[in-house]
Design a protein around this ligand. Structure first.
Ligand code: 5RP
Length: 232
């Protein structure tokens, strides 16, 4: 693919991401605190939220980058400890399977994303159609680890049959490295999420299956398809 083709493909994908992001506004209730994920699809969501900041003046953020974007958009960012429950959490994903289990963490914000998702009543996942897959695992699974456990956890991940790479030059908002594991066929996402979570030194893995979205908005050539629960 040459540079012009690459640019055209990115522009098309960005249009789809923006369409999914804007559709997510329909799931929000004016006046309630919004949970905000991270990544390029969410950046479009924050832009849309900014245009409606009178209706949605407050948010809880899942990354330092999203916090910065929210503040630039004129939205107050609350600490999760200040509130009991978030009404609706909106976030992207790297892969979504037909049962709505996800791989997340391509942008490295998986730990805070999982926390904010857990604190939310309704989780809306926004993706373009390239993210919808029959089985999770084509996208390398991110695992955030405590630095001293990196090799220990890496060896355990290899025993699962994966190829493990430390994400080069990257440290999460929590000060930890990420291992990216490729070559896994994740046919039982809940079981694998729980297994990896139990290993000492693992902070979070990027499978979101135990707390998965209630709604997935998939943008494609023919518009945005809403799967799962409608707005409650
Ligand atoms: C960040 C994430 C993102 O939601 C995921 O990587 C998708 O990103 P993008 O919207 O840029 O494709 O999990 O940790």
């Amino acid at each position: 693919m040459d540079a012009a083709e690459k640019a055209a493909r990115k522009a098309h994908q960005d249009e789809l991401k923006q369409a999914a992001a804007e559709k997510a506004l329909d799931w929000l209730t004016p006046g309630k605190v919004v949970g905000v994920g991270s990544g390029s699809t969410v950046a479009f969501f924050i832009e849309a939220l900014g245009r409606r900041r009178k209706d949605f003046p407050q948010a809880v953020s899942s990354s330092l980058r999203s916090t910065e974007l929210l503040r630039e958009a004129g939205i107050e960012v609350l600490d999760l400890n200040q509130i009991d429950e978030i009404d609706c959490y909106v976030d992207g994903a790297d892969e979504v399977d037909p049962g709505f289990a996800l791989i997340k963490g391509g942008g490295g914000a998986l730990t805070r994303e999982k926390i904010v998702a857990q604190a939310s009543r309704h989780f809306v996942c926004i993706v373009d159609e390239s993210k919808y897959v029959p089985v999770l695992g084509q996208f390398p699974l991110p695992v955030e680890v405590v630095p001293m456990a990196m090799h220990l956890v890496g060896r355990q991940l290899e025993k699962l049959g994966g190829t493990v790479r430390e994400r080069a030059g990257y440290i999460t908002d929590n000060g930890n490295p990420i291992l990216d594991v490729s070559g896994l066929q994740i046919s039982d996402p809940v079981a694998l999420e729980e297994t990896i979570n139990q290993w000492p030194g693992v902070v979070t893995n990027g499978i979101f299956a135990r707390r998965r979205p209630e709604t997935v908005l998939i943008a494609g050539m023919h518009g945005v398809q809403a799967l799962g629960k409608d707005k409650a």
